[in-house]
Write a protein that binds this ligand. Structure first.
Ligand code: GN1
Ligand code: MG
Length: 364
């Protein structure tokens, strides 16, 4: 792939650009792009995985609308600090460049920022809560149907179980026998997980514009002030439930170990981080959430941890066709780590519910 040629398709100025692989995404390929001459000229170039994002046009349409809306709201609120990603158009004025069987986009690089894969202090969890809460709050008046559902049924657990069952029936990679414990763990939780999704499907909670991939490393904090700076990775911004964003963030914030931790005994729950995240999130959103939404927040952490574990397990059984992996057991290792985390979240369920109630009443 001639990356330099691809860079030259975008409105990035003239001269020689340097690039190197960047970040830890499981789906797209990301490069940091810079020029020696102008330090302020820094970008992120991404090759969009079009097996996963089959509607690249729809994806970029969503991203464009959302970033424009965020910009407008931030200027209206005179918020000089919080930022949004900016799309750099191609020289033809398009939102992305289509090469030979590949799709590319260019974004501004947000400098003087930090992101964490694993949280190490309460304030990081709190600021992540502020960032995701603000994101949700700034998008609350955007018409939900203006966005396309770019990955249909993304957080629909019934759909995820169907895929899981199909993968098990086919067992193409002959791996089923090596994951019997994880398979049983998933089956045991099926009724509770289907019940949660039914509440979304029955419209017990409002459809909102949600981020849908609120891992803690999708928040940038300001390197100097250490305050919430920007929410990144807008690939999956779509109509959804607030539970998806709260739950997925908790999944990555309370975990004392990595998402794919091999040493399962290192996985534990940090309740101080949970409380700090909840404080940040509800500080921004308590006024707009319904009681049904509040009531389901604590369980959403179980739901989102479960869905990630199930998707990793399904991909392992299906022979690693979706996520990037570093070794043949990587997806199984991820599934085991997520299920171990889920079991620990279950042990803290009552406490988590109490924290939500307490923080909600402080903010409402
Ligand atoms: C994927 O590419 P990345 O790392 O941003 C995935 C998310 C999962 C996540 C697990 C489109 O996100 O749903 O939460 O991995 N994105 C897609 O870390 O499937
Ligand atoms: Mg993502």
């Amino acid at each position: 792939m001639d990356i330099e040629k691809i860079i030259s398709q975008f409105c990035v100025g003239e001269g020689k650009f340097f690039y190197k692989p960047f970040g830890s995404g499981h789906i797209n390929d990301t490069y940091a792009v810079r020029t020696k001459a102008r330090a302020q000229d820094a970008y992120l170039l991404q090759r969009i995985n079009h097996q996963v994002f089959q509607d690249v046009e729809g994806l970029m349409h969503n991203m464009h609308l959302v970033t424009e809306h965020l910009k407008e709201k931030l200027s209206l609120h005179n918020d000089q600090h919080f930022k949004t990603v900016t799309i750099i158009p191609t020289r033809q004025g398009a939102l992305y460049y289509q090469g030979e069987n590949s799709y590319w986009r260019m974004l501004t690089f947000i400098s003087n920022s930090l992101a964490y894969d694993v949280v190490t202090a309460d304030w990081q969890a709190f600021e992540a809560g502020v960032a995701f809460g603000k994101f949700q709050q700034l998008l609350q008046d955007m018409p939900v149907d203006s966005l396309k559902e770019t990955i249909p049924d993304f957080h629909n657990i019934a759909y995820r179980f169907d895929n899981f069952d199909k993968a098990l029936t086919r067992d193409v990679a002959k791996r089923k026998a090596t994951a019997l414990q994880q398979i049983q763990f998933a089956r045991d939780r099926k009724p509770a997980m289907l019940a949660m999704y039914a509440r979304v499907n029955n419209h017990e909670v409002p459809v909102r514009i949600t981020h849908n991939d609120t891992k803690v490393n999708n928040v940038l904090l300001d390197r100097h002030t250490q305050k919430a700076l920007c929410v990144i990775d807008l690939d999956t911004v779509m109509p959804g439930a607030v539970w998806y964003d709260f739950g997925d963030a908790v999944r990555t914030i309370v975990n004392t170990a990595a998402e794919d931790e091999k040493a399962l005994d290192k996985i534990a729950i940090n309740m101080a981080y949970y409380k700090a995240f909840t404080c940040g999130f509800l500080q921004q959103t308590a006024h707009m959430l319904t009681y049904a939404e509040i009531e389901g927040l604590a369980f959403s952490a179980q739901y989102m941890t479960f869905i990630m574990g199930l998707r990793f397990l399904t991909d392992y059984i299906a022979g690693d066709i979706y996520y990037k992996t570093k070794h043949p057991h990587h997806n199984l290792q991820r599934a085991s780590a997520q299920f171990t985390l889920l079991a620990k979240i279950e042990d803290h369920a009552k406490e988590m519910q109490q924290v939500v109630q307490q923080v909600y009443h402080q903010n409402y």
